[in-house]
Design a protein around this ligand. Structure first.
Ligand SMILES: [Zn+2]
Length: 163
C-alpha cells in the first residue's frame, strides 16, 4: 500500500492489486462477463465507471453521457439503465445519428469541467478476484461492488464542482 514504494500506481491514483492496475481488471471483467450472462448485466456501469475513472483512455465526447448513465443507474437501478441502453442500441441500428439519446439522461448533472479527479474511494483494482473469478461470492455481491465503484466515480467527479 502507501508504505510500499514498489507498488505500482494506476493513472486513477489506485494502488495495483494482485491482477495489476485497473486496465488488467477491466480486461479480465470483459473476458469473464462474455461467458456469464448474469455478470454481463453490469456491463454498462462497468464501462462507464472505468472510462470516467480513466478518461485519457476514453472518447471525450461520450464522457458526459456516461456520467449521466451512472447517475441514472444510482438513482433508478440497473433495470432502468438496461432499458435506456437497449433503447440506445435500437436507435443506433435504425438511425444514421450516432452518440447518446440524451432525453432520458437530460435530468442528470452534466460532467463538471476540470477533471479527472485525482482520487476515487472505490476502484477496479480493489475488486475481489478469487479462484479466477469476480463472482466467486455471487452475482449480487459483485453487483454491490460495481455499484460502490459507480458511486465513488460520481462522487469524485461531483466534488470537482465544490472545489
Ligand atoms: Zn485505475
Amino acid at each position: 500500500m502507501a508504505d510500499n514504494p514498489d507498488a505500482t500506481e494506476c493513472d486513477c491514483g489506485a494502488v495495483a492489486g494482485p491482477l495489476g492496475v485497473c486496465v488488467d481488471y477491466y480486461h479480465a471483467i470483459l473476458s469473464e462477463e462474455q461467458t456469464d450472462p448474469r455478470m454481463y448485466r453490469w456491463h454498462a456501469p462497468v464501462v462507464c465507471a472505468y472510462l470516467l475513472q480513466h478518461p485519457y483512455r476514453a472518447d471525450e465526447k461520450y464522457l458526459d453521457g456516461q456520467f449521466r448513465q451512472l447517475q441514472l443507474y444510482l438513482d433508478k437501478g440497473l433495470d432502468a439503465l438496461l432499458r435506456v441502453a437497449a433503447h440506445q442500441v435500437a436507435r443506433n441500428k435504425h438511425g444514421a445519428r450516432s452518440g447518446y439519446d440524451m432525453a432520458p439522461l437530460a435530468v442528470y448533472e452534466p460532467l463538471p469541467p476540470g477533471g479527472p479527479p485525482r482520487h476515487f474511494r472505490a476502484t477496479f483494482c480493489g475488486l475481489p478476484f478469487r479462484g479466477g473469478s469476480f463472482v466467486a461470492d455471487g452475482h449480487l455481491t459483485y453487483g454491490h461492488h460495481i455499484e460502490a465503484i459507480a458511486e465513488a466515480t460520481v462522487e469524485s467527479w461531483k466534488s470537482l464542482q465544490r472545489a
